[in-house]
Design a protein around this ligand. Sequence first.
Ligand code: AMP
Length: 218
Amino acid sequence: MRVHLLLGAPGCGKGSAAKDLVEKLQLIHLSTGDILRDAVSQETEIGLRAKAIMASGNLVDDDTVNGLVFARLREETCDVLLDGYPRTLHQAQALDQFLSDQGIELGHVVEIEVPRDVLAKRVVGRRVCSNPACGAIYHVDNKPPARDGACDRCGSRLKQRSDDTLTAFESRMLAFEQTFQPMAEHYRGRPQYRSVDGNYAPAVVSGNLFPIFMEMHA
Ligand code: AMP
């Protein structure tokens, strides 16, 4: 079992790329954003604590997120693709320790890079399928659904995430700018690290990611 990481700013396309990768490769997709949104909608203790933090665009505390991720990793035996984790240096260090304690190998670490002005437009125009089992991602301009407001895959209603407003995006970018670089620096010198240009359509970005994953799968 290996653990792969997709790193990048809010709206860089981690979620869309992860969905494409897990469809084609034998990977389990673990998105900390999805896990936390699920906890919020189930009104678990963690969800109740995380709800306001997430809506304001801030980060949930490291110990809570580490605990959620490690619990899920302990259940898995196949390769896992982590999307949206780690987001801080402390999370990256805790993950290193966890992987080493469990004898799990770190796989690909891929950073998706997108200019900031593009990120804002992507996030504000993003719409997601309200069916948690589907979670398909759309964009009002770049990837509209065939039928207005309905998911192409499962027909469920599309919605805007509560943190995909411009105000929440600004806070998310602030949190990102404060924590991302030290975390990414932790990986940049390692042989597993690659960066890809995410300023293309989702299918093109996924097309550029596949060879990286295939190459190291061989
Ligand atoms: P995402 O779906 O990845 O954009 O995450 C949505 C929100 O969930 C973030 O703005 C944070 O509030 C929270 N979150 C997701 N992943 C993490 C993480 N690794 N550390 C802290 N908070 C997180």
